[in-house]
Design a protein around this ligand. Structure first.
Ligand SMILES: [Mn+2]
Length: 322
């Protein structure tokens, strides 16, 4: 029985064309792994198309690309479909989801509870980022990790580890970063490109959201909200809400931080953060959500008050606060 990474490497060696996709509303790891795999396929002389339902978000427009990131499947082709960083297959969006049932899938992911929806599944939650998996794949395929490939890998590992501050910051991922830097990547310059991308509208949204912060259980759970009204007033979108929860987590004494973001059709998306043994993934799972032990999320269809109460009660139970 071959290891999953060997299976994936063999698949690449013996297949001519690929579609590479990740989840809609992509984060740094989703875009980084899509682009990094594209560079590997380019180096191997393969045909490939890159796809993301949301296209390439503005904050990544500095990133060199091996080809366009298509936001529609018209013109995006490939025999095998790589699905990267997707804890469930529908995260790629409706358009690709519909096609996936009838196409061979290689599922490369690091989320707990991935349902193994591919013909090949390389799923390993010990990796802090899919980009770290793609780095191992580059190593396996003897593709040098320099230049734009190195930048794409670095993008994913720093964004998924919070610039090496989260609990998933393993020795292996720091060694990977060291290897990229030793081979020529300039961390100061790349970090500046990754981080200094905020609009003033985003600052105004964050101000409004932080102003809603409430504390529960003697400050051990912090909750803030983002409404559709706030996003309309400040001219922002859901993408501008990414990471608010990581900053809410910085409150002294807070073991869990929660952001509730109102959806256009009512209902709320929630994101939760914790540290160490405090498991917010199991709380998200109660509401049909998922993620990692210290970073999880999901959806609740309820009004703001009952959504808040249900989440706070579930967190209180799970963290032993009641
Ligand atoms: Mn990821």
């Amino acid at each position: 029985m071959q290891s999953p990474i060997t299976q994936i490497a063999d698949l690449i060696r013996r297949t001519d064309s690929f579609l590479v996709a990740s989840h809609a509303n992509p984060d740094g790891d989703a875009i980084g792994s899509t682009v990094a795999l594209g560079y590997i396929l380019e180096h191997m002389g393969k045909e490939f198309s890159l796809y993301n339902r949301s296209g390439l978000p503005h904050q990544f427009d500095w990133l060199p690309l091996p080809g366009p990131i298509h936001d529609t499947l018209a013109g995006a082709e490939g025999n095998w479909i790589f699905v990267l960083d997707c804890g469930s297959p529908n995260r790629v969006g409706d358009e690709l989801s519909r096609v996936m049932a009838s196409r061979p899938i290689a599922n490369v992911d690091h989320h707990l509870g991935n349902p193994m929806f591919g013909q090949f599944n390389w799923v390993d939650d010990r990796y802090p980022a899919v980009c770290a998996m793609i780095a191992d794949l580059a190593y396996e395929l003897e593709v040098p990790m320099v230049g734009p490939l190195a930048e794409a890998i670095y993008l994913g590992i720093v964004t998924d580890t919070g610039f090496f501050t989260f609990d998933n910051t393993t020795p292996a991922v720091m060694e990977l970063a060291a290897r990229l830097i030793r081979q020529g990547l300039n961390p100061g310059a790349v970090n500046a490109k990754i981080r200094n991308q905020w609009s003033v509208n985003r600052f105004r949204l964050w101000g409004e959201s932080f102003a809603t912060t409430e504390l529960f259980y003697d400050g051990q759970v912090a909750v803030a909200i983002v409404t559709q009204g706030m996003m309309e007033r400040t001219g922002t979108s859901a993408a501008d809400c990414e990471e608010i929860v990581n900053f809410l987590r910085r409150l002294r004494g807070a073991r869990a931080a929660v952001i509730l973001r109102e959806e256009p059709d009512g209902g709320f998306k929630f994101s939760m953060r914790s540290s160490g043994a405090d498991n917010v993934q199991s709380v998200a799972a109660l509401f049909g959500g998922g993620g990692h032990r210290n970073a999880s999320g999901g959806t609740i269809s309820a009004d703001i008050l009952s959504a808040k109460v249900r989440l706070i009660e579930a967190l209180g139970e799970s963290l032993g606060l009641v």
